[in-house]
Design a protein around this ligand. Structure first.
Ligand code: FES
Length: 302
C-alpha cells in the first residue's frame, strides 16, 4: 500500500466535520480541524434530541469528542477561521486567523473560575429611545414582576433567573411581561422569546397548575402509555397540550424521562408515577386536584 503523505484540513467542527476527521485520521492521514468557535461540537451540542429518531444528541456526540481528543493524528485548531488558501490541489497552503483568547491555553483547564474574578462586566444599562412607549404591566402582577426584575437585573446573566422566577409565579410569560423584561434588561424581545421557547419548562401560553407529562418514549409506549394518555384525556376532557378550564391540569407528552425500568411512566407536578395502570389515573387526578394552593401563588382567571 502506498505511504500516505500530507495532511487534510477539515473546516468546521460540527458533527459532520468530526466524523470526517475521524474517518480520515483512521485511514492514516493527519487531520487539522479548523473551528471558528472556542470548541468543537457545533449545533448538535446545543440539542437535546435529534430529528427524526429522537436520539439523544449528546450520546451521539460524546464518544466522537473523546475519540478526537485522544486521536494522535487529529489536531483541533479552535477559535480560528480560514483567511486564505493558496497553492494548487495536492499542495495547498492554508492561512488561519486565530482569535485572541487572553488565556494561556497550555495552562487553562477550562474550570471557569476566571469568569468569576473578571473585573470587566459587559452589562449594558438599557437606553430607551425617547419615543418608545414604556411597557404597562397588568396591575394584578405589576408589583411582583417589578420586584423580580429589579432583584436580578444587575447581576451577571440576569435573564434565566428572571424567567425562572416569573415562570414560577405566573406559569407562563404574557407578552407585556416579555416586553417589560426586555425594556429593563436591554435584551431584545426576540432573544428572550428564543430562550423562553427553548426550555420545555417555560410556556408562552397559560398552563395549568399541574403539568401531567405522559412518557411516550419507546419503553413506555410499548407498555401502553397511549392508553393511559387517552384515559387522562377522557377524564379531564382535554387533548394533548391542552389545559382544563379551571387551569388545574395541562396534559403533555414527553420522550423518555430516564426511568424506563418503571414504564409506563407519567409525572404530575414533581411526582413520578411508575408502572402506571389505567385504574390508578382517577386517584392521581383527585390527589393533585385536592392540593391546597401555595402561598403567593397567583390564581389565573379563566
Ligand atoms: S421510555 Fe418512558 S421513561 Fe424511558
Amino acid at each position: 500500500m502506498p505511504k500516505k503523505i500530507g495532511a487534510v484540513a477539515v473546516v468546521g467542527g460540527g458533527i459532520s466535520g468530526m466524523q470526517a476527521a475521524l474517518d480520515l485520521a483512521d485511514s492514516g492521514i493527519k487531520v487539522h480541524i479548523i473551528e471558528s468557535k472556542p470548541g468543537i461540537g457545533g449545533v448538535m451540542s446545543m440539542l437535546d434530541k435529534t430529528f427524526p429518531t429522537n436520539d439523544c444528541a449528546m450520546c451521539t456526540m460524546a464518544p466522537r469528542l473523546v475519540e478526537i481528543s485522544r486521536h494522535k493524528d487529529i489536531e483541533v485548531i479552535s477559535h480560528s477561521e480560514v483567511e486564505k488558501i493558496a497553492g494548487k490541489p495536492g499542495k495547498l497552503n492554508v492561512t488561519l486567523n486565530t482569535k485572541a483568547r487572553f488565556v494561556d491555553v497550555d495552562k487553562c483547564t477550562g474550570c471557569g473560575s476566571c469568569t468569576q474574578s473578571c473585573p470587566v462586566s459587559n452589562f449594558v444599562q438599557p437606553m430607551l429611545p425617547e419615543d418608545k412607549p414604556v411597557v404597562e404591566l397588568n396591575p394584578e402582577i405589576r408589583e411582583r414582576i417589578v420586584d423580580i426584575v429589579r432583584k436580578h437585573k444587575h447581576r451577571r446573566g440576569p435573564l434565566m433567573p428572571i424567567l425562572q422566577e416569573v415562570s414560577a409565579f405566573l406559569r407562563y410569560f404574557p407578552e407585556e411581561v416579555l416586553k417589560y423584561i426586555s425594556q429593563e434588561t436591554a435584551y431584545p424581545v426576540a432573544h428572550i422569546v428564543r430562550v423562553a421557547t427553548f426550555y420545555s419548562g417555560f410556556s408562552l401560553k397559560p398552563i395549568g397548575k399541574h403539568i401531567i407529562n405522559i412518557c411516550m418514549g419507546t419503553a413506555c409506549y410499548v407498555r401502553g402509555s397511549q392508553i393511559l394518555a387517552d384515559r387522562f384525556s377522557d377524564l379531564l376532557n382535554i387533548g394533548m397540550d391542552e389545559t382544563t378550564e379551571d387551569m388545574q391540569f395541562t396534559l403533555k407528552s414527553v420522550r423518555c424521562i430516564g426511568c424506563c425500568g418503571l414504564s409506563p411512566v407519567a409525572t404530575v407536578a414533581d411526582e413520578v408515577y411508575g408502572k402506571l395502570q389505567i385504574k390508578d389515573v382517577p386517584g392521581i387526578l383527585n390527589k393533585h386536584a385536592a392540593e391546597p394552593k401555595h402561598e403567593g401563588e397567583l390564581q389565573i382567571a379563566n
